[in-house]
Write a protein that binds this ligand. Sequence first.
Ligand SMILES: [Zn+2]
Length: 115
Amino acid sequence: MFCRIVAHTAPATIHYEDADIVAFDAEPAATALHVLVVPRRHIRSVAELADTELAGRLVLVASRIAAEARAKSFRLATNSGAPLQDVFHLHWHVMADGAMGHPAGIAFSRPPQES
Ligand SMILES: [Zn+2]
């Protein structure tokens, strides 16, 4: 799915893109601000991310999106491996709203999904 979004063959609200990275609205959004930052290259998860420069740029793009949204407080998160990870194309979540707790999501109740 994310490979199709970065190739513009699936619809998404794009916030940022360059030669290596695309950021778009999560659908459905879990929080008031919920943007996904993904590499164009298909990398399954952060566990398979070996490119140091790309790793850094993904985080900087995510942080910039939070700044542009004027989020005073925000969270960057990525899940690796089932069952936490739902789409097996590396993605950072940029999330902010007034009701987020700390620490991040300790409850996990989503049913298994088809891959
Ligand atoms: Zn992909």
